[in-house]
Design a protein around this ligand. Structure first.
Ligand code: PLP
Length: 358
């Protein structure tokens, strides 16, 4: 494997981590069952609630695992085997919610969608009896951003819990729990937050807090996490170092403002999309986030070969797709500590690969 330091990362996690965050990761891990660490956790919770504009009385919990554990935790703690829920299934991550619900016998309406951001929710009216709606705000497998405002209004009208996996849109794309009537928000460390992988977060509105079930899970039990969180602790050993890195990152985001970060991600995404116009590639989704651009070759080249060539010839890592989309789609993330100059490395590699003069 090439030394990671020599690689240019354009993957939707892990992403390029800023040096001050990396430096924290090199330090001795402190003991954590004490007031000093509780203060860190309290500060992380407070700043997360502020940055997501969570409604008054919301809580955040910290799970040491990748984001999928938080998806499963939400299903286990907020849904039960008696009530139906809607899963918006527009790609691999939508399918993951479907699989988790099936495994745990949560009855669902598996709503397969394509080429829509659901700004128009008429197609969901058939499923009014559902008690919750699950959606991946940004379906990372195809680079499609759903209209969370429209989905939030739909949920409000029908008294459903609005459960949003915002893992791949937080920081880079606008996200507002109150504006979009979100009741449970899932985040994780190694996408837009640009931390190492290993920490997932769930933010619960007062409405979601009231709907917590008696969940059949030990490690992922929300009641335990919430109770220990009252004293700034987690039930089990957390990813202490990532929480310290999160503390720094959130403080920086509070100081700079999220709008600034979103503008930066948007500028980089637009810069990239404009620069590659001369190449035989087309953007895949009509509802692209700032976080990512999904691209399809318009000539006979295979997407999987482009991904492999970029890595081997140019040390540039973009994300392949799997399954049916393996040869027709690949993805370029615009998350993390990157700028136009860093993005130029990828753009130049693509021009070089296609033997087109930039
Ligand atoms: C990355 C991601 C996840 C979590 O995947 P892990 O492999 O558990 O990190 C969940 N949902 C979306 C939309 C994602 O992009």
């Amino acid at each position: 494997m090439t030394n990671a330091a020599e690689q240019y990362l354009f993957t939707p996690g892990p992403v390029k981590i800023p040096t001050d965050i990396l430096a924290l990761g090199a330090m001795q891990t402190p003991y954590f069952r004490n007031q000093a660490f509780s203060e860190v956790v309290f500060e992380c919770e407070k700043n997360l609630l502020a940055l997501t504009n969570a409604p008054e009385g919301s809580r955040a919990i910290f799970i040491t695992a990748s984001g999928t554990a938080a998806m499963e935790a939400v299903v286990l703690n907020l849904l039960d085997t008696q009530e139906q829920c809607i899963v918006i299934n527009g790609g691999t991550f939508g399918q993951r919610f479907v699989d988790i619900c099936h495994l745990h016998q949560r009855p669902i309406f598996n709503v397969k969608v394509s080429n829509t951001n659901l700004a128009n929710t008429d197609s969901l009216e058939n499923f009014q009896t559902a008690s919750a709606l699950l959606v991946n705000g940004h379906e990372t497998s195809i680079g499609l951003l759903y209209d969370l405002h429209a989905l939030g209004n739909f949920c409000l009208t029908h008294g459903m819990l609005h459960i949003v996996d915002a893992i791949s849109m937080f920081v880079t794309d606008e996200l507002d729990m109150q504006k979009c009537a979100i009741d449970a928000l899932i985040l994780s460390s190694h996408k837009g937050l640009a931390l190492p992988p290993g920490l997932a977060m769930v933010i619960l509105s007062p409405k979601a807090l009231r709907r917590i079930k008696h969940a059949q899970t030990y490690y992922l039990n929300f009641k335990n996490h919430l109770e220990d969180g009252l004293r700034g602790q987690t039930p089990f050993t957390p990813a202490v170092t990532i929480i310290l890195q999160l503390q720094l990152r959130l403080a920086q985001l509070m100081a700079q403002g999220l709008a600034h970060q979103q503008q930066r991600a948007k500028a980089i995404a637009e810069y990239f999309r404009a620069a590659i116009k001369p190449l035989p590639l087309k953007t895949y989704s009509a509802y692209m986030p700032n976080a990512l651009t999904a691209l399809s070759p318009t000539d006979s080249r295979k997407a999987s070969e482009i991904v492999a060539e970029l890595e081997h010839q140019y040390h540039v890592v973009v994300a392949p797709n799997g399954g049916e989309l393996k040869d027709t789609l690949f993805r370029v993330a615009h998350m993390g500590d990157i700028d136009e100059a860093y993005t130029d490395v990828l753009i130049n590699a693509l021009f070089n690969y296609y033997q087109v003069t930039r």
